[in-house]
Design a binder for this molecule. Structure first.
Ligand code: DGY
Length: 270
């Protein structure tokens, strides 16, 4: 599972007879690739099947953060719901707004596709390289990271956690965003410098955040993030639909079976 660290220590403990590693996830930043490569082990993972479920949840978090759902639920629970007030709990609207996707892979594209249905008029994206096919499908524009930060009303993180993306969202990055911007991360907690995100929300550098992933996971209930009214945190449930988890489980088992039988894994990283 993605919360298990697969490193030299674990692989040594497993011993010489270990034939295959299979993770029930599309992300594999918890796996030390050098440790896998030097043992010539196949590594199975579960791409594609979780794209829709994760994109749904990312879109949901974007909507929920934009429309201040956490504050709204708390207000009802705390007895603060009084007469109808024109300016109470107003959030932002998607119509004619700009969406910035950091990492336009399968999930990023699927989120953009969903949010366009809510009226997003421009999609910007940044990443390692331009994606001509996806750009055409979405009529999206490849821009430098800083330009995406400056121009986007909604910034969603859909890239993998790598040496390059680690803590790329720091205080400096949040400072470059619009004060009205909503930030959403459903990729990996490590892409965000979390103390800087807390400071950015406290200092009103951005309007709100929605997080499906944090550092660490599980996030301790004492985390400052949970005290912020404009920060919604859910416990890494991007792929948590019955349909998707069934498929992920099957893929992970099929990879294991193939590895044990010395066959090529149906879906392998290596
Ligand atoms: C993955 O598979 O990497 C996802 O984060 C699980 O939801």
């Amino acid at each position: 599972m993605l919360t298990d660290k697969v490193d030299d220590e674990l692989l040594d403990t497993a011993g010489q007879q270990l034939k295959v590693v299979s993770t029930m996830s599309v992300g594999y930043d918890h796996v030390d690739m050098e440790a896998i490569k030097k043992r010539k082990l196949p590594l199975g993972y579960t791409p594609d099947v979780l794209t829709d479920a994760t994109a749904d949840l990312t879109a949901l978090l974007t909507l929920a953060a934009a429309r201040r759902i956490k504050e709204s639920i708390d207000a009802v629970r705390n007895g603060e719901w009084r007469e109808w007030r024109p300016n109470w709990l107003c959030g932002s609207q998607f119509t004619q707004k700009t969406l910035g996707v950091v990492g336009l892979g399968r999930i990023g594209e699927a989120v953009a596709h969903r949010l366009k249905a809510f009226g997003i008029s421009q999609v910007l994206y940044s990443g390692r390289s331009e994606k001509p096919e996806a750009s055409k499908r979405l009529q999206a524009q490849f821009v430098p990271f800083d330009e995406l930060l400056a121009k986007s009303d909604y910034v969603i993180v859909c890239c993998a956690l790598t040496k390059e993306t680690k803590e790329m969202f720091n205080y400096d990055a949040f400072k470059k965003m619009k004060r009205s911007a909503v930030f959403v991360n459903s990729a990996r907690g490590g892409i965000v410098q979390q103390d800087d995100l807390v400071r950015a929300l406290e200092d009103d550098l951005i309007a709100a955040a929605g997080l499906d992933v944090t550092t660490p996971e599980p996030l301790p209930p004492t985390s400052k993030l949970l005290q912020l009214p404009n920060c919604i945190v859910v416990p890494h449930i991007g792929s948590a639909t019955l349909e998707t988890r069934d498929q992920m489980g099957l893929m992970a088992v099929r990879n294991l079976e193939a590895g044990i039988q010395d066959k090529a894994l149906p879906t392998s990283v290596l």
